[in-house]
Design a binder for this molecule. Structure first.
Ligand SMILES: Nc1ncnc2c1ncn2[C@@H]1O[C@H](COP(=O)(O)OP(=O)(O)OP(=O)(O)O)[C@@H](O)[C@H]1O
Length: 284
């Protein structure tokens, strides 16, 4: 993602004389950022996410710098006359993939989310949880520069929830931005670069962790090629990095991001040696 998505003085109301749901919203989402949006029911979180996703336009203000965006809505359109695989393949081509690449990506994402067995099932016959997996897969398959997730974890089983957390870590590690709303305060705990609360019709940046648990972390000790600095992708994913000797580092990372960090270390050129990995309980 090259550009920063910016909202300047954005407001949205429904209908000509409807009350303002949001007003005076200024927000920038830089490449690689993981942004959490919070707020009590009906405050305008989904309204904000639809504006960020580009499927709705502001009543006033400007949205600039839109990157290639994908969106998991709070409610997924249900009864379309396609099988899961055909629907995802079609959407992949809409996102610019060749038919063959789209079919491959559709299969891979259904598999990662534990829904490969439903590839040939018509969307209308999928359970709520399986539909949600298709909703998530359609957003991930084109590797968007900006991923907008509105309660995307709701309805997923444990494995699929963890897979979606990993997918978020992969997107931000490769320079994409992710904006999410989730009712679980421990979702991606410790990982967001910024958190905002929608309150009184506008957006407030949260500076304090405000009761959100910092979450479990993983401590990883690594050794690199002599004299090498940490690869940039590793620096981006790690929560902290301390040099303990020449080419040796002690890293910590939110647990949701540890797989992606380990993979990044092991696939670096030249690869880094992982000396030890320890789970830590996050500070409460
Ligand atoms: N399409 C629409 N037409 C009219 N009013 C709408 C529309 N979408 C949202 N609203 C109103 O805007 C306000 C904010 O709704 P929104 O869904 O953005 O809030 P939310 O914080 O996401 O809520 P929740 O946590 O319940 O999902 C609500 O009063 C809602 O009724």
């Amino acid at each position: 993602m090259q550009r920063e998505l910016r909202l300047d003085g954005v407001g949205r109301r429904y209908g000509l004389r409807g009350p303002w749901v949001l007003r005076g919203v200024d927000l920038s989402v830089p490449p690689g950022a993981l942004v959490r949006v919070e707020g009590t029911n009906g405050t305008g979180k989904s309204t904000l996410l639809r504006l960020l996703a580009g499927i709705d336009a502001p009543t006033e203000g400007r949205v600039t710098g839109r990157p290639r965006t994908a969106y998991v809505p709070e409610r997924f359109p249900p009864a379309l006359p396609f099988t899961a695989a055909a629907y995802l393949t079609h959407l992949g081509t809409v996102h610019g993939l060749s038919r063959r690449a789209a079919a491959r990506a559709a299969g891979q994402w259904l598999d990662r989310l534990g829904a490969a067995g439903y590839a040939s099932t018509p969307l209308a016959r999928l359970s709520k949880g399986s539909s949600q997996k298709v909703a998530v897969a359609q957003a991930l398959l084109a590797e968007p520069e900006l991923l907008v997730l509105d309660e995307a974890w709701t309805g997923l089983d444990t494995d699929a929830r963890a897979e979606l957390e990993r997918a978020v870590a992969e997107r931000t590690a490769s320079g994409g931005a992710v904006v999410f709303v989730d009712h679980d305060p421990s979702r991606l705990a410790g990982a967001p670069d910024a958190a905002y609360t929608v309150r009184d019709g506008t957006l407030h940046r949260r500076t304090e962790p405000a009761g959100a648990p910092a979450g479990p972390r993983v401590a990883i000790r690594v050794r690199g090629p002599a004299g090498a600095g940490l690869p940039a992708d590793v620096v981006r994913i790690a929560a902290s990095a301390e040099e303990s000797g020449p080419g040796r580092y002690d890293l910590t990372v939110p647990a949701s991001h540890s797989d992606v960090l380990l993979r990044t270390l092991l696939t670096a050129r030249p690869p880094w040696h992982v000396v030890s990995v320890h789970a830590q309980e996050g500070p409460r």
